[in-house]
Ligand binder design. Structure first.
Ligand code: BGC
Length: 287
């Protein structure tokens, strides 16, 4: 295993019985109930084998720091190293922090500009000699929520999932379906783009307290409430770990909960997308 890859202790998204030991029964060539999901972020790239029967991480999360260049080639190499370290040779689900548009990735300010060029995604589509199914990172959290979150999401109108990390991602869930590529974090308030002033990165670089963060985020939620009228909010990304501390400072008219998969919901959703595509359902998100 590359020394750039760090192992986190068994990070189960739902406090599973998983003990982090390798399960020799898993099919490393895809299929069955376990799949590899990788979540590419502006600061780190994380992958884990996911047990899709229960929506839990089966083994340890492997983490690499996102290369400073963040080029398609460098990121693809990191995903290949993670797949190799997992001894995974089958299809991989990869969640990306931008909008997948044909063979390029748009609106990805936390990666380098060359992701916007034609064919940028071909670097990733064969991360381990197999197929990769690509999905927006916030849409991956939305898919995980649809698969393992509150069952009432299936018939409860619009749920807005917001992920607060290096940027702000969004997913719209409507009566059990994912409406992909919403990119709501790009909306602008009086202080500037919400994803710049109220993201997880803004919290850490500016050492924002929960109250200070809520002052910046409240207009974002208000705006979305006014134009989209959601019946429910789900908050994910890095903020999941501190959800109570931060979300309790918001004044919301509709219920808010933390993403069921917590900080690893993107990995789970990427694996769900890979499984769906490989099972013949087709990738619901491919252009
Ligand atoms: C991107 C989104 C992404 C979000 C979270 C934004 O900068 O435009 O596509 O979901 O960051 O990573």
């Amino acid at each position: 295993m590359s020394r750039d890859i760090e192992m986190e202790c068994s990070e189960d998204v739902r406090s599973s019985e998983g003990d982090g030991r390798e399960d020799p029964s898993h099919p490393s060539d895809g299929g069955g109930a376990v799949w590899l999901g990788i979540d590419v972020g502006g600061t780190s790239i994380k992958g884990a084998i996911v047990d899709l029967e229960v929506g839990r991480l089966r083994r340890q999360v492997l983490t690499e720091r996102t290369p400073p260049t963040a080029t398609p080639g460098d990121v693809a190499a990191a995903t290949r190293r993670i797949a190799a370290a997992m001894q995974w040779t089958g299809p991989v689900g990869v969640a990306l922090p931008g909008m997948i548009s044909g063979s390029s990735l748009r609106h990805a300010p936390n990666l380098c500009a060359s992701w916007g060029q034609a064919d940028a995604l071909t670097w990733l589509r064969a991360p381990n000699g197999g197929n990769a199914v690509l999905i927006n990172d916030a849409d991956a959290v939305g898919l995980a929520e649809l698969a393992y979150g509150d069952a009432s999401l299936n018939g409860s109108g619009l749920t807005i999932v917001l992920t607060f990390g290096t940027g702000i991602g969004s997913a719209l869930l409507y009566n059990g379906d994912l409406i992909a590529d919403s990119e709501l974090g790009g909306l602008t308030g009086v202080r500037g783009r919400f994803e710049e002033v109220a993201s997880g990165r803004a919290i850490s670089t500016e050492s924002l307290t929960p109250v200070e963060w809520a002052r910046r985020a409240q207009p974002f939620f208000d705006e979305l409430q006014a134009i989209l009228n959601p019946s429910r909010w789900v908050v994910g990304g890095g903020l999941s770990d501190d959800f109570e501390k931060f979300a309790s400072k918001l004044e919301l008219a509709t219920p808010v909960s933390v993403a069921r998969g917590g900080v690893h919901a993107g990995i789970v959703g990427a694996a769900v997308a890979a499984c769906g595509a490989s099972m013949g359902a087709g990738n619901p998100l491919s252009p």
